[in-house]
Design a protein around this ligand. Sequence first.
Ligand code: PLP
Length: 355
Amino acid sequence: MLNINITRTTTPKQKPNNPLIGIGKAFTDHMFLMKYSPDQGWHDPKIEPFHDLTLSPATTVFHYGQEMFEGMKAYRGKDDDIYLFRPEKNGERTNMTNKRLCMPEIPVEDFVQAVRTLVELDADWIPGEPGTSLYIRPFIIGTDPFIGLTPSETFLFCIIMAPSGPYYGKDEQAPVSIWVEEEYVRAVRGGMGFAKAGGNYAASMVAQANAKQAGYAQVLWLDGLERKYVEEVGAMNIFFKIGGKVVTPALTGSILPGITRDSVITLCRSWGLSVEERLVSIDELVDANRQGLLEEVFGTGTAAVISPVGKLGYREDVLVINDNKTGPLSQRIYETVTGIQCGALVDPYGWRVKI
Ligand SMILES: *Cc1c(COP(=O)(O)O)cnc(C)c1O
């Protein structure tokens, strides 16, 4: 149990005018902060008015990227109830990431308590329109003011929050076009692809920028060794419906284990669908598409929820999926996941946490 010291703002900010697009640039009135040092452990948990950080230019994170983050959301339901979705999973994943990055673990219940307390305090920032939510960004940085290449010994855990609308800036359910990336890779086995670490995203930006220029929303990464097997999309895991079966790449170490991915697998199995977690080669997808068996493709992630993929750009070809329309399985998953998240549907899995 954290003893969180709360200092409320005396100058609440203006909330952004709708319509919200993407993950906001406007942040809520408050932020959570907690420090770590070897002798005190995690200490001094507090909530303060949102403010800039002051750090030495020698700080570890600026030079060696010792940084991790999480992404989660708070949802406003019909009766103004507020919910989190499987927040303990974000706490567990934080610790998995932290171990990989030589960062101290945080007790999962403390992580969840910090998120809950901040959400409660800034609850009036949670928008209520369909497709909107409050995006929550916990992150940890190494803070030693020292440029020797060793793991930092001190850390700062911080949580900021931003009201957000549909991720791709339009109808959440409109299919996106995705570029199959063959030149650059995001992560390799043994690296830190399974961790939500800032460095992974720095490595991915050049391919993302090129894809955008070519008219694609995101890139689909292939494995770093053979560039043969499909891994995932920028901030989403990827699913395929091939000949009636649901298929998603297995978690081989270079793929981020998404909480939405896990939820979608559970839902599909509960509906009696066969779900295979295995290697999926790009050739298999091209063949399946040619034979008319590639029925649906969709990405899953907290930010985008479910994002149907209408086109896959691969070399000189464009694979068109389901006529570039949202498929019935994508639609069903979208309605079920968002329905559970905002309290409109029963939650047989105990995923929803009421605040
Ligand atoms: C965050 C993220 C995901 C999705 O994870 P969720 O827990 O479902 O939000 C997938 N891939 C990458 C690379 C990510 O950063």
